[in-house]
Ligand binder design. Structure first.
Ligand SMILES: N[C@@H](CCC(=O)N[C@@H](CS)C(=O)NCC(=O)O)C(=O)O
Length: 218
């Protein structure tokens, strides 16, 4: 097996894959940095591997797969000792899939539209309408969090994928514990997990520094 992950440390979807790799204890992954400001994701060679030119991208021998949610699901199916992070039981799987699609279509879209104008258009402040989208994401999460974990009694890919986005949003719009008690408790619980400490925490600091720099605060 030769596993290569094309990634960017500050990228939330890349961090979902880092956390999954740690949660599954997959050894010997080769990590390749893709420097987006230098358009390394737009080279002919990269586009041949991933026509959507996003990070993360996983290469497993001759198999290529992109989109963090698809990558994480593949890693559990192929390298997990069991299916606990992504159960095959239809109803459990359906609830996790709903959360994963929610991350793709609501949370990450809100985060990306908030951050990109700073990263690539030279904006020095966040647009209020984008900050409102982040708060709307928090509102939904607060309602979803009726069990110990985001998709039930056990930690799953729903937690891993959503927490990489939520922990990044928290750097932009700090989560208010009074308004969002369940979300606050869930984020704390996630941050106590070994996979979070190894795969997300150090890179959140890099994300924080990147944002501060773009806001002219460091
Ligand atoms: N839904 C995708 C989103 C990936 C994504 O948008 N990644 C950003 C970096 S955080 C990227 O590659 N941007 C460059 C581009 O889209 O050209 C996933 O979960 O992997």
């Amino acid at each position: 097996m030769v596993l290569t992950l094309y990634k960017k440390d500050t990228s939330p979807p890349s961090r979902s894959v880092f956390m999954t790799i740690h949660a599954l204890n997959i050894p010997d992954v080769k990590f390749v940095d893709v420097f987006l400001p230098a358009n390394e994701h737009l080279t002919e060679e990269y586009i041949k591997m991933n026509p959507q030119h996003t990070v993360p991208l996983l290469k497993d021998d001759d198999f290529l797969i992109w989109d963090s949610h698809a990558i994480c699901g593949y890693l559990v199916s192929k390298y997990g000792k069991n299916d606990s992070l992504y159960p095959t039981e239809p109803r459990k799987r359906a609830v996790i899939d709903q959360r994963l699609h929610f991350d793709s279509s609501i949370l990450f879209v809100a985060l990306r539209s908030t951050v990109e104008p700073l990263l690539y258009a030279g904006d020095k402040t966040f647009k209020p309408e984008n900050l409102a989208k982040i708060k709307a994401g928090y509102d939904f999460m607060e309602k979803f969090l009726t069990a110990p974990w985001l998709a039930g009694d056990e930690v799953t890919l729903a937690d891993i994928c959503c927490v990489s986005t939520i922990s990044s949003m928290n750097e932009i719009v700090p989560i208010d514990a009074e308004t969002y008690p369940r979300l606050t408790a869930w984020l704390k619980k996630c941050s106590e997990q070994d996979f979070f400490k190894r795969g997300n925490a150090p890179n959140i600091l890099l994300f924080r520094e990147m944002i501060k720099k773009k806001l002219g605060q460091s």
